[in-house]
Design a binder for this molecule. Sequence first.
Ligand code: BMA
Length: 332
Amino acid sequence: MAQMYPVLQSSKVITRYNGGEPILSKKDIPYEADCIFNAGVTKYRGKYVMAFRNDYRFDGVGSFEKCIIGLAFSEDGIHWEVQDKPFLTVEDMHSEEITKVYDPRLTVIEGKCYICFAVDTRHGLRGGIGVTEDFQSVEVLSMTVPDNRNMVLFPEKIDGKFVRLERPFPVYSRGGVDRFDIWMSKSYDMKYWGESELVMGVEDVPFANDKIGPGAPPIKTEAGWLTLFHTVDIDRTRGKNGWEAKWQKRYCAGVMLLDLKDPSKIIGMSRKPLIAPETSYEVDEGFRTNVVFPGGLILEEDGTVKIYYGASDTVECMATARVEDLIKLCSN
Ligand code: BMA
């Protein structure tokens, strides 16, 4: 059985926007919406773009009938103008197999905006990669076999190849429980992926006892590729909270630095969470509780970063930090 886990605190280097108030939530959406969270954010042609998850029509038990992706634009990365219709829905996937589309991540590479997303299918969870230039439609370039998701792309080719981080779910071969790790694959064309290798095992993270996965697409710094990941610890003594009947997990954001030339090599990582659930939105007000799920990291010209994260699967929040402080956290 998983151990009881200690209190975890966010690093002092981060500042939550408005003390942890959401930057996007249900009330901002001009169509049917309940939970707005786990967004991917990037800058494209001078504007901030956010693709967010929208779960709606609660079934009264533990999940939502609908799970789609919406789109918003912003001039400052804080105030958002939401498009009047959804961006990527189950119907857009043209497959009877697919039941949900969610957890988008955005990366601009060579002038095109790529979107990684997850889908639930009747035969397992898959990770998709699509591309858009007009944000009207998405051309799907590849889909993994089950079970794999949480994919994020590096913003440039390395040695002539596109590179992604990803998180397969090796249940059968990891003892029949969650022991999920971060992997990496490469591709010449975004379609065919290979050269897969392990980047970080869950056992390498002192504040995780369950699983880890990629979070925000990496940003390039002189010290290496800086990236955020999510971590999960389970504590069986945690009881019901939120709208869920039973929720014993806690999700935090971690930060690590990968080698510029060979990003399968970890240069360093923070041995403590970068963001742990602490505010009411993160801890006890949402559909779930105790969830901080990072999906976007933007480096500004003044050396600050904006960190975007979903709070308790219900709202989208943001925090800021100095990039050099994040690098410092990874230097042990
Ligand atoms: C994961 C994903 C995320 C979600 C998290 C916490 O398995 O479904 O989208 O935020 O659980 O519920």
